[in-house]
Design a binder for this molecule. Structure first.
Ligand SMILES: [Zn+2]
Length: 466
């Protein structure tokens, strides 16, 4: 079966294709940079990374745009409280976001664009909506009149036909019971940043940012739009009303939404004391790749229950993968190639690919990998896995890691590089040859203190990171 995704718009699993047959034009709602992102946000961004990598593995090229919301109600509130100019305040958290996503090995989208650098495009979008009769002005702010867009509600599958016409909402975030005409352009207020524009002095509403930037870089119709499930309403519903109100064409073909993350089956919140950023977890000594593994291991449309036991289990799974890779690279298998093993490898690759093609079923894909590792380890112990079978197994591991990206350990702060480890091991080997055993023991202790475990084997010294 071909690559397929669950589309929130149609509520169906649909075979995926792009409009032009080659390049995926994709948009992701990025962070609002008023604080560090928490692991719930990072779950969504990790899903997008797995999606990117699997689309590429399936032969597509990517044109992926992510916005940075750097002007918004919460930013204005928190920058004021910190006594800092908005730009200075948002620059810190923009950089922190880029650093955190890089630590988790999330690929950078082809374009990461800041809202404040696209004010003219947003003003033009508001003007176009006005020309087409979708807006009205009240107290200097411009609102979208949702009764002029008959498709309103089609993404969130809400029926808004009975709502009170003319009632409006000024805040960017609200629930579906509060569906009203939403603000496109907010009138300038004392003490708030504003731009002098053709639609009056003020600043953009949150929703218009995404439509304007998505259409500027990706055209009227996108292949994929992603985000957290909480953005479905009102944000994405409003994005559709804006974009389709301007172009008259379908805005997005596939809407993909990632589910929530909970902590110990509870909602993550600062008041419950279970609110974690990536930095909090790294400080507790967890490796970035263990966090990445845990966030990726649950299929994105399932709720992810984050626990510390789960995080430890993720670290353990990575150990098993690395030990297996090490065994493939260093064990001396008997000459020849066992056709049954080749067959087993092909079966594993097919199961892995079929799982990811099935709306990115990462849990099943990992299942295929570990079942294969168990079977081939058993075959190695029995002497049925031969030297000629290793290349296929390593190729499968590489295919897995091109998506999951957890095999290479992250450099620990103050840790040794691979080259430094090799140099110390060579020095230890010479020390032993020279019967300088105290120096050899010293080097082993030094490596161990820095988290490097060495093992003397018939084939020489093996080492790994603990
Ligand atoms: Zn957005």
């Amino acid at each position: 079966m071909a690559l397929r995704f669950y589309n929130t718009l149609t509520q169906l699993v649909e075979p995926f294709s792009t409009l032009d047959g080659k390049t995926v034009r994709m948009y992701t709602c990025g962070p609002t940079v008023y604080n560090f992102v928490h692991i719930g946000n990072l779950r969504t961004f990790t899903f997008q990374d797995i999606l990117r990598r699997w689309l590429r593995a399936r032969g597509y090229s990517l044109n992926h745009v992510m916005n940075i919301t750097d002007i918004e109600d919460k930013i204005i509130r928190d920058a004021k409280a910190a006594g800092k100019p908005i730009e200075e305040y948002t620059a810190v958290y923009t950089q922190a976001f880029l650093d955190d996503t890089a630590t988790l090995r999330l690929e950078r989208p082809e374009r990461v664009v800041a809202a404040t650098k696209h004010i003219p495009e947003m003003v033009e979008a508001v003007q176009q909506l006005t020309e087409r009769g979708h807006t009205y002005v009240s107290d200097g702010s411009v609102y979208y009149r949702i009764s002029t867009f008959p498709g309103y509600g089609k993404l969130s599958h809400n029926d808004f036909s009975g709502i009170r016409a003319g009632a409006r909402v000024d805040v960017d975030e609200y629930d579906k019971d509060d569906a009203r005409d939403f603000v496109l352009w907010k009138a300038a207020k004392e003490g708030e940043p504003s731009w002098d524009t053709a639609v009056g002095p003020g600043r953009p509403g949150w929703h218009i940012e995404c439509s304007a930037m998505a259409m500027k870089y990706l055209g009227d119709t996108l292949d994929i739009h992603t985000g957290g499930v909480d953005l479905t309403f009102p944000h994405h519903e409003n994005e559709i009303a804006q974009a389709e109100g301007i172009s008259g064409k379908q805005f997005v073909r596939f809407w993909l939404h990632a589910e929530h993350l909970s902590i110990d089956a509870q909602k993550m919140s600062k008041s419950l004391g279970n609110f974690y950023t990536l930095r909090d977890l790294l400080k507790q000594g967890f490796a970035p790749e263990a966090i990445r593994y845990l966030l990726a291991s649950v299929p994105y449309r399932k709720k992810l229950n984050f626990t510390f036991e789960g995080l430890q289990a993720a670290a353990h799974s990575i150990d098993r993968l690395r030990n297996y890779e090490l065994r493939l690279k260093t064990d001396k298998f008997a000459e020849g190639s066992n056709p049954a093993m080749e067959e087993r490898t092909h079966k594993a690759i097919a199961a892995f690919e079929e799982a990811l093609d099935d709306d990115l079923n990462t849990a099943e894909a990992l299942g295929a990998v570990f079942e294969y590792i168990r079977d081939t380890n058993t075959a190695m112990d029995a002497g049925d896995f031969l030297a000629g079978n290793a290349a296929g197994a390593l190729a499968f591991l590489a295919r897995f890691d091109a998506v999951f990206d957890v095999l290479k350990p992250s450099a620990k702060e103050g840790g040794l590089s691979d080259e430094e480890v090799e140099t110390l091991i060579a020095e230890r080997t010479s020390a032993k040859k020279a019967r300088n055993f105290s120096r050899a023991d010293e080097i082993r202790a030094e490596l161990s203190a820095k988290g490097i475990v060495i093992e003397d084997t018939k084939e020489g010294v093996r080492w790994k990171r603990a």
